[in-house]
Design a protein around this ligand. Structure first.
Ligand SMILES: Nc1nc2c(ncn2[C@@H]2O[C@H](COP(=O)(O)OP(=O)(O)OP(=O)(O)O)[C@@H](O)[C@H]2O)c(=O)[nH]1
Length: 563
């Protein structure tokens, strides 16, 4: 299926360029039914192919596009690495470092260990490109300490040897190089193997074994050329040019040098190019061809300057990138400080809100306390007033309060043109009841009488105990007939009092005196005096009866038992 084809193509990506090209061509057949992710993966493989064949600009654009399009962390990571890798080749140093950093930053999100290792490997490779051989050595050593794939180990070995060679720390590491070569050969990595043989040749040549170095490189030249990788081919030919020249084989030296120049058009600054021009200059000089020598010398100087500029430019790009990183770190530090300030501000706001809540709570408590106190005071005032206004024994108005209310009622009634009735009543033979049954029994009777008086009152009527066993009722809107009716009802209520609790055998009776504001005149004094007179008349005429002021004696008498 397509997955198998994708995996196969990826596995031979660096080991077998021709088979890789075939595999890529084969993938085209799967493309119509591929998922979007698979389509992007095919595209990434084609982008690798572009890099391998030197189509760098297009490869960078593709890699960045794939990186931006996909959400698949592995694919995103690989695309960023490829962009970083390829941008380094085309001298877009800042771009290269940026994508390297993007990739390294997302390295932890990549689930596959070998893909993560690839990130470290690209870091090792690219730091070499930026002249940072110590960093490169660090990543290479780190990879060699990990459980990586054999392919990665091959590349890490190459980077380690390369970095040590460039740093000049271990110029003769023949044993390590042999191990690396056999490792990379076993992994079918001809580019790495070729580059490693280049370092082995350098070691030998450095030790004076130039012939051995030439033999090694010549023996494997066809393998090198089979890779189609310009940088490797250029490097090996430049070494051969140098070594052939050193052994006096000027013709072959020239030949290798020219091969480098044919390849090196795109890498105007590369070390092989510098070497090739130098070889051509020196061989021309040896042959006495001064014109060619001068020409080649000019080219050599130009290439050497270009290369030195390049080295400087890369170093500068690296420093710039470090500076940018530092600035970014500082910006991040500043942001986190700002966040801290914001957090503290929020904390302060929260605290002040808390304080406001407490204050509001306190105010509520104070207001409640004040309200409660005011209510208590008011209640106490009302209680005191009620105590001052009511008769303690019966609970109805006392004489003073009745008098005040009566005046007010009279005024109200008069202003609305209505008549007011006043009924006075005095209990009969109360002294006798007191004497026979005791003062407490008398009190009990007084309370029942008050209830009886109240029961005949309508809303708005007044009812009071004027003193001793004397009570009064005042009603607005009542004429003489109404007064008499109220008195009669009250008389009935008194008669209905059950006196058995105090053991009094007789019913409770009273003498009633009635008048109205029309009959007596609209002042309380007059009405009271006239009602009192009528009441005394009732006493005088035998008690238990109703008398109307100004009415004939005996007419309004209502004997017990009559209606
Ligand atoms: N138990 C009790 N008796 C009271 C109270 N106030 C007055 N008295 C008594 O009421 C009685 C009133 O008696 P009198 O004024 O002679 O009149 P009476 O006995 O009712 O006779 P007549 O009014 O003539 O029918 C007195 O004995 C008072 O002591 C009271 O608050 N409680």
């Amino acid at each position: 299926g397509i997955e198998a084809a994708l995996k196969h193509a990826d596995s031979i990506r660096t080991s077998d360029p021709r088979e890789f090209a075939d595999a890529l061509a084969g993938l085209a057949a799967f493309e119509p039914e591929a998922t979007p992710n698979q389509k992007l993966r095919i595209r990434l493989l084609r982008t690798y192919q572009k890099t391998l064949t030197g189509n760098y600009e297009s490869a960078i654009a593709d890699a960045i596009d794939i990186h931006q399009r996909t959400d698949d962390p592995t694919l995103k990571f690989r695309a960023a690495l490829l962009a970083a890798n390829t941008a380094a080749i085309t001298r877009e140093f800042s771009l290269g470092l940026r994508y390297l950093e993007i990739a390294l930053a997302m390295q932890d999100q990549v689930p596959e260990a070998d893909e993560r290792h690839l990130g470290s490997l690209v870091a090792a490779i690219l730091y070499t490109e930026y002249g940072q051989h110590s960093l490169s050595l660090h990543y290479a050593k780190q990879l060699l300490s990990l459980e990586t794939s054999a392919r990665t180990r091959c590349a890490a070995r190459l980077k380690k040897i390369e970095a040590e060679w460039k740093l000049g720390t271990r110029p003769e590491v023949e044993r390590d190089t042999h191990i690396a070569i056999s490792d990379c050969m076993a992994q079918k990595e001809p580019i790495a193997t070729g580059l490693l043989r280049g370092y082995l040749a350098r070691q030998w040549a450095g030790a004076g074994k130039t012939a051995k170095a030439i033999e090694l490189l010549e023996t494997h030249l066809s393998e090198v050329e089979a890779t189609g990788f310009p940088r490797l081919i250029g490097e090996i030919h430049s070494l051969l040019a140098e070594y052939r020249q050193a052994t006096g084989d000027l013709a072959r030296a020239d030949q290798h040098a020219r091969t480098v120049l044919e390849l090196g058009e795109k890498d105007a600054y590369s070390l092989p190019l510098v070497i090739a021009h130098r070889v051509l200059f020196e061989t021309a000089l040896k042959r006495g061809d001064l014109a060619t020598a001068l020409d080649e010398y000019r080219s050599y100087a130009k290439a050497d300057k270009a290369r030195l500029d390049e080295v400087k430019a890369r170093e500068f790009a690296f420093q710039l990138s470090r500076h940018e990183l530092q600035q970014r770190d500082q910006a991040i530090g500043l942001l986190s400080k700002q966040n801290e300030v914001l957090r503290l501000e929020q904390e302060v706001a929260r605290k002040s809100a808390q304080n406001t809540h407490l204050l509001v709570l306190l105010l509520i408590v104070i207001a409640s306390a004040v309200g409660f106190w005011a209510w208590k005071t008011k209640r106490m005032q009302m209680k005191l007033r009620r105590l001052a206004q009511t008769d303690g024994l019966t609970g109805i108005s006392n004489r003073r309060h009745f008098r005040e209310q009566a005046d007010a009622l009279l005024m109200r009634c008069a202003s609305s043109g209505r008549e007011t009735a006043l009924i006075l009543l005095d209990l009969d033979n109360f002294k006798r009841l007191n004497d026979h049954h005791g003062h407490a029994a008398g009190d009990w009777v007084l309370a029942r009488v008050a209830e009886a008086c109240r029961s005949v009152c309508r809303d708005g009527d007044l009812c009071g105990r004027l003193g001793g066993e004397e009570f009064a009722i005042m009603s607005c809107g009542g004429d003489l007939a109404a007064a008499e009716r109220i008195a009669r009802q009250c008389r009935e209520q008194l008669a209905a009092i059950d006196t058995s609790p105090i053991g009094h055998g007789e019913p409770i009776t009273a003498s009633f005196g009635c008048t109205t504001s029309v009959r007596s005149g609209p002042t309380f004094e007059l009405m009271f005096a006239h009602a009192d007179n009528a009441m005394y008349r009732a006493k005088a005429e035998g008690r238990d009866r109703i008398r109307i002021h100004g009415g004939p004696s005996g007419v309004a008498v209502l004997q017990r038992g009559t209606a």
